[in-house]
Design a protein around this ligand. Structure first.
Ligand code: GAR
Length: 214
């Protein structure tokens, strides 16, 4: 059975969704860059080793990245899952885990990399918004796309209502993507493409606003 390490910075709801999904893998550890990350408590309550590698106290990004990599490597995971991990990781770190480092981002990439994605989608007048699971490459919130979920933006949406609608879909597509990986169905090819084998169920197209019925 493959093993994964999950990296969190805060709430950890994507991590919880993953733990609840009954994935066919061992969660070797949850690592946070902040001691008060709520995800740590959740992991400990489930008997999963929960470790802090604090970014504060490291003089440089390289030094933090090296400490983080050393902790990850102690658990020898097949896959490293960034689940709301809010530190930018350097190129050496990303290359070390190439093809086995996954992230979720709360927008339909390549739209809205970075922060405040829901506010920016509202400000731009988007009618469709969503989330993306991707393999991590050195460029921020970039990298080969594994899965996306789209949700409608409603006229009366606030940042909070839109975020909640997107988050519900994050909790669906992220465990699914990790499942594909640990089942050996998903990989990143040498030329940087996502290969997914086996059956997938076709989902209905999402159109917003829905066209008039005829
Ligand atoms: C999620 O919405 C995730 O997509 C986002 O942080 C939130 C973490 O929530 N990640 C990023 O913005 C990464 N660029 P969680 O801690 O409850 O999973």
């Amino acid at each position: 059975m493959q093993s994964i390490v999950i990296l969190v910075s805060g709430r950890g709801s994507n991590m919880e969704a993953m733990l609840a999904a009954g994935l066919p893998c061992r969660v070797a550890a949850v690592i946070a860059n902040k001691a008060d990350a709520k995800g740590l408590e959740t992991a400990r309550a489930r008997g999963i080793p929960a470790v802090v590698v604090a970014h504060a106290g490291h003089a440089s990004r390289q030094s933090f990245d090296a400490a983080l990599a050393a902790e990850i490597d102690r658990h020898a995971p097949d896959l490293v899952v960034l689940a709301g991990f809010m530190r930018i990781l350097g190129e050496d770190f990303v290359r070390r885990y190439q093809g086995r480092l996954m992230n979720i981002h709360p927008s339909l990439l390549p739209a809205f990399p970075g922060l405040h994605t829901h506010r920016r989608a509202l400000d731009a007048g988007c009618r469709v918004h969503g989330c993306t699971v991707h393999f991590v490459t050195p460029a921020l919130d970039n990298g080969p796309i594994i899965a996306q979920a789209a949700v409608p933006v409603r006229p009366d949406d606030s940042e909070e209502t839109l975020a909640a609608r997107v988050l519900a879909q994050e909790h669906v597509i992220y465990p699914q993507a990790v499942r594909w990986f640990v089942e050996g169905r998903l990989r990143l090819t040498e030329d940087g493409r996502v290969r997914l084998s086996g059956e997938q169920t076709a989902a209905a197209a999402l159109l917003s606003p829905p066209p008039d019925a005829r």
